[in-house]
Design a protein around this ligand. Structure first.
Ligand code: ISE
Length: 343
């Protein structure tokens, strides 16, 4: 436990590429926090991150880290299927937790987390929807909020991974990748998803016919907005995430790769990143700063368990649509008072 309440000791579960990035950011880019302990089943990965981040404590067991007096808050960046269990344990220990997306891999587990928070009467979980902290996305949000583009009517998104990194299963593509886009649509439009229609095709044939590595997701939202999102996890050429919000007075676009533009020999070129770590570098720093800031000020103002849950519900309904070939309505749900504004 930190003796100085302004220096939160964070325990990092999962020190792979994502957990390592968060740990390094906490160590060197965040004021008010430090890496107090790390845990990974791959001991050498844990040792390497611990050494880089000046963290003296390495755990072999996630439960022990969560319950340890050495840590005040937990960052979860372990494989997706472990998230729900660890978040629930953090809630039992009454410790704030930043969980990489997705919050869980089933709607039922997402629901358990929401129920546990309602029971506690506190929002302790934060979900790593990094795009909410990406400067380009924030520029779009500002254009909407200031009314510059008028009333938003359409969300057009594209999300391309260079190659499949997690799994070829269509479900995993929805829960692991498209979940970001589903959250972006809710967040930027300020409306809830009511109906989804998903079609998919198989681009990278080596993965087998069942792999819908290119999916087109259509959404109808509560305030009448529409969304169309391309999720392609086998783009081959690079990593790109972008969106355009079409309003009734103009549009706002976040979609530029960050690379330098070079004009040479009658050519105009720009480097496209190969993976998300560079594209969202600023967002990753900003989101952990915001998380730590929210703990220090006791004011949770980021993506919470309810956002995590609704994105899971939408992803799950997308799977039903993809499987049935039909549009599907989001099942009815009731929003607990805890998650209402000011709750
Ligand atoms: C990955 O886990 C991420 O979170 C990236 O932001 C996303 O673009 C990618 O599709 C996911 O696999």
């Amino acid at each position: 436990m930190s003796e100085n309440p302004q220096n939160i000791s964070v325990g990092v579960i999962g020190t792979g590429a994502m957990g390592g990035t968060h740990a390094r950011n906490i160590h060197s880019r965040v004021v008010g926090a430090r890496v107090g302990a790390v845990m990974d089943i791959d001991l050498s990965a844990a040792e390497a991150v611990a050494a880089e981040c000046g963290s003296p404590h390495i755990f072999r067991d996630a439960d022990e880290l969560i319950n340890s007096e050495l840590v005040d808050a937990i960052l979860i960046a372990s494989p997706d299927e472990t998230h729900a269990d660890y978040v629930l344990k953090c809630l039992e220990a009454n410790k704030p937790t930043f969980c990489e997306k997705p919050l869980a891999t089933t709607v039922a587990d997402g629901q358990k987390i929401v129920e546990a928070e309602v029971e506690l009467g506190r929002r302790l979980a934060w979900v790593g929807f990094v795009r909410r902290y990406d400067p380009q996305h924030l520029g779009v949000q500002q254009a909407i909020e200031t009314g510059r583009i008028g009333r938003p009517v359409l969300f057009k998104g594209w999300h391309r991974n260079m190659a499949i990194t997690v799994s070829t299963a269509s479900e995993v593509i929805l829960f692991n990748s498209a979940i970001h886009d589903l959250d972006s649509a809710r967040w930027l439009l300020g409306q809830e998803i009511e109906q989804v229609y998903v079609t998919g095709t198989n681009v990278e044939r080596k993965h087998g016919q069942d792999c819908n590595d290119l999916q087109l997701i259509q959404l109808s939202l509560s305030g009448g907005c529409l969304a169309i999102i391309e999720v392609d996890v086998s783009s081959a050429y690079g990593y790109e995430v972008g969106l355009e919000i079409v309003g009734d007075q103009g549009t706002a676009l976040a979609g530029n790769p960050r690379g330098t533009i070079i004009r040479h020999n009658q050519n105009y070129t720009r480097h496209v990143e190969d993976i998300w770590f560079d594209r969202f570098e600023d967002g990753y720093i900003a989101e952990v700063r915001a998380w730590i800031g929210s703990i220090l000020s006791n004011n949770h103002d980021g993506p919470d368990a309810w956002d995590g849950y609704l994105s899971l519900l939408a992803a799950d309904t997308c799977i039903a649509s993809l499987k049935s070939g039909l549009p599907q309505r989001i099942p009815p749900y009731g929003q607990p008072a805890l998650y209402e504004p000011g709750g």
